[in-house]
Design a protein around this ligand. Structure first.
Ligand code: F6P
Length: 358
């Protein structure tokens, strides 16, 4: 292996730069040249869309959010052709041509479910790839953790801490909407870590009357405020919901604006003053926690180690306490969901946290 590439695709997550840094430094120490490809697979469209990266280029980026390689791209290369001066060209074929022209021996692809599925398709065409799982939602299958999740949870937990004091001072219900389209990991972990009273996740459809009941109970024993953490993909039991396209091409139910809707309903049902805070993209920014820096660094180094060993079509994965890897083919189109009867949900319930289901 003499030359490798590295790229980032999909929504950003704290720790992307830490992975890039680890890939660059460890490949350098193997005597391998590392090309940073700009904006996901778009970095393979033209000759001027990459930079040779050395340890000097990645100095100081360990703690910085976002990605120095960018992530804005034209979408799935296997779905639409690109316009060139010679007319439309097959985007994926064009990437393959550039891959061969640049004499790259393998690519480290840092991305979520969508980007990793594309990576698997390129692998089938003969582009050796090692994937690195990225999403703050922590819903990629085959790995206990994705980097970015711990940072998002730390941020949301801090927000819940801050909201406790103002909720208590005003005797209000504070509804905190966190990210998590299909999986409620951020809501679950920040809700438990922040001492929430109610946690609503997509995996456990809620009954708003049960949530209201929990708030009234608290009120009657003197806790005049409540903290309700809602994942953006939370759905009411049997409720009327709109459908959105999921990563696997199927459809999932999603309402959008769930925090505000839940707050309005709770205010009506409990008679208590209610406010909503949507944490949104703040959860994707900022400096990665030490846990995410460690994970990202270990993922990056392991990705290079696998390419050096001649492996491809695999995704590095956290199987505590070790970093391992799984076939990329096992990743696409699936979601690692919160088990409704898992120990974290059971722990939360045993502490009296309601999920609005019973
Ligand atoms: O996949 C991560 C995620 O943070 C989701 O929870 C959220 O719905 C989505 O990204 C938002 O992405 P964007 O607004 O950047 O398209």
């Amino acid at each position: 292996v003499r030359r490798i590439g590295v790229l980032t695709g999909g929504g950003d997550a704290p720790g992307l730069n830490a992975v890039i840094r680890a890939v660059v430094k460890s490949s350098y120490n193997y005597g391998i040249e590392c090309l940073g490809l700009e904006n996901s697979f778009d970095g393979l469209l033209e000759t001027n869309r990459h930079t040779v990266l050395t340890p000097r280029n990645v100095t100081g980026i360990l703690r910085v959010g976002g990605t120095i390689l960018g992530t804005v791209n034209r979408g799935n290369p296997f779905l639409k052709p690109i316009d060139t001066s010679d007319g439309p060209k097959d985007y994926a074929e064009r990437c393959m041509e550039m891959f061969h022209k640049l004499q790259i021996d393998g690519i480290v692809v840092i991305g979520g479910d969508g980007t990793l599925s594309i990576a698997h398709e390129f692998n089938k065409k003969g582009m050796p790839i090692i994937g690195v799982p990225k999403t703050i939602d922590n819903d990629i299958v085959g790995t206990t953790n994705c980097f970015g999740f711990d940072t998002a949870v730390a941020f949301a937990t801090d927000a819940i801490d801050r909201l406790h004091t103002t909720a208590q001072a005003h005797q209000r219900v504070m509804v905190v909407e966190v990210m998590g389209r299909y999986a409620g990991w951020i809501a679950l972990y920040s809700g438990v870590a922040g001492g929430a009273d109610v946690i609503m996740v997509p995996e456990i459809p809620y009954d708003i009357d049960i949530v209201a009941q929990r708030i009234k109970e608290r009120d009657s024993f003197g806790a005049k405020f409540s903290i309700v953490v809602v994942a953006e993909g939370a759905v009411p039991r049997g409720g009327k919901v709109s459908l959105v396209k999921a990563a696997d091409g199927g459809y999932v139910e999603r309402l959008g604006g769930v925090g505000h809707r839940v707050a309005a309903e709770l205010e009506k049902l409990t008679g208590k003053e209610t406010r909503t805070v949507v944490l949104g993209h703040l959860q994707r920014g900022g400096s990665p926690t030490s846990f995410d820096r460690m994970l990202a660094t270990r993922f990056g180094a392991m990705a290079v180690e696998l390419l050096v060993k001649g492996e491809s079509d695999r995704m590095v994965a956290f199987h505590p306490p070790e970093i391992g890897s799984i076939p990329l083919a096992d990743v696409g189109g699936k979601m690692r969901l919160v088990p409704a009867d898992g120990d974290v949900v059971r722990t939360a319930k045993s502490l009296g946290i309601s999920f609005g289901d019973e």
